[in-house]
Every structure is written in structure tokens, then in C-alpha cells.
Design a protein around this ligand. Structure first.
Ligand SMILES: CC(C)(COP(=O)(O)OP(=O)(O)OC[C@H]1O[C@@H](n2cnc3c(N)ncnc32)[C@H](O)[C@@H]1OP(=O)(O)O)[C@@H](O)C(=O)NCCC(=O)NCCS
Length: 160
């Protein structure tokens, strides 16, 4: 169900991201650049929707053929989680955790020691997911986010 994304997934990724206010927002071109060679090493994972799943076709993000995605970049010697989104209709079914576990498994294949991420302090769902997945809070960046202004909390997962 979880696989490496290809450029053909970009329209679905963009559609899903647009339906999630708390996701990091990038342009379609920025998503396409993730697949260009020569840049920063990245992992882009998607969770496929099961064939004819019982999705609510009227709900935002539900007409997509993917149910979630994750983007991480390799800033040697660390990995950074850049974005993680699960479709509103597919939440609380363990998909976010599965995507994170898949990232950790791939990151363990490298020589890196840690996966880092930052998250809005008010994003209780994401913070709870990260803490349940054994990310430890390591710091805070005051007023890091804009519109609305908010602190970022920093988390680290040890690959050791
Ligand atoms: C954060 C997000 C990715 C979680 O995905 P998910 O697939 O629903 O998460 P999971 O089902 O794997 O949840 C695993 C655990 O995380 C915690 N969790 C997830 N959503 C939660 C919520 N809304 N409230 C409280 N805890 C939550 C729970 O501990 C949960 O375990 P449980 O269901 O057994 O109680 C999803 O809510 C999302 O896409 N949010 C919008 C985008 C976003 O904010 N991304 C992160 C910042 S870039």
C-alpha cells in the first residue's frame, strides 16, 4: 500500500495537500522538482487508496487516488521530514504512522543518525503522532511560523 512516489503522483499529491490547511504548502512545480536528479536526495512516499475504497466522494481530498504522502530530504548527516499528509477521510487508521515507519526504515539504510522535523505547537494531531512514533521534543523556534504567527516545536528521532 505504501510505495515510492513517481512524477505521475504529483497531481494527486497536490490535490491532497491543498485539502489540508495544516500541511506545508508548495507549488506543483516544487513538487515536480522533488523528482529531478542532481538535487538534494529525497524520499517521497505515497499510500495508495485501495481499489474502490469506501471513500466519501463529497469530502475534501477524497477524490484522490492516494490517501497520504510524505516528503523527507537528506541533509547529510540527518534526514528532515518536510511534509506529511493523510486524507481527512483516512485519518486515525494508522496510515500516518505507517508512512513514518516506512521513512524510518529507509533512513536506517543510510549512515544518518537522526530524523528531524518541526511542527506548529497547535498541531495536536501531528504532535501526538510524532510522540507515539518515538520522536522526542528537542527544542522550540519562537514565532517561526507566519499567518498565523506561532512557535515551531522541534522533534528528533534517533536512528541509532
Ligand atoms: C497528522 C496526520 C498526518 C496524522 O495522520 P493519521 O493517519 O490520522 O495518524 P494515525 O492514524 O497513524 O495516528 C497514530 C496516532 O497519532 C495520534 N493522533 C493522530 N491523529 C490524532 C488526533 N486528531 N488527535 C489526537 N491524536 C492523534 C494518536 O496517538 C494515534 O493513535 P490512535 O489512533 O491509536 O490513538 C493527519 O492528521 C494529517 O494529515 N493532518 C494534516 C496535515 C498535517 O498537519 N501534517 C503534519 C504537519 S506537516
Amino acid at each position: 500500500m505504501i510505495r515510492l512516489a513517481t512524477p505521475a503522483d504529483v497531481p494527486s499529491i497536490v490535490q491532497l495537500e491543498r485539502a489540508c490547511v495544516s500541511a506545508a504548502h508548495w507549488t506543483e512545480q516544487q513538487y515536480r522538482r522533488l523528482f529531478e536528479s542532481g538535487g538534494t536526495e529525497r524520499i517521497v512516499l505515497v499510500a495508495d487508496a485501495p481499489f474502490h475504497s469506501a471513500r466519501d466522494e463529497n469530502a475534501p481530498g477524497s477524490s484522490c487516488d492516494i490517501l497520504g504522502f510524505l516528503v523527507a530530504r537528506h541533509l547529510t548527516p540527518e534526514w528532515e521530514l518536510e511534509n506529511l499528509v493523510v486524507a481527512p477521510t483516512a485519518r486515525r487508521q494508522g496510515l500516518g504512522m505507517k508512512l513514518l515507519h516506512a521513512l524510518v526504515a529507509m533512513a536506517r539504510e543510510t549512515t544518518s543518525h537522526s530524523v528531524f522535523l518541526e511542527v506548529r505547537e497547535s498541531n495536536a494531531a501531528a504532535r501526538s503522532l510524532y510522540e507515539k512514533t518515538d520522536f522526542a521534543q528537542t527544542g522550540r523556534r519562537k514565532a517561526y511560523y507566519k499567518d498565523p504567527a506561532e512557535d515551531a516545536l522541534l522533534y528528533r528521532f534517533s536512528l541509532e
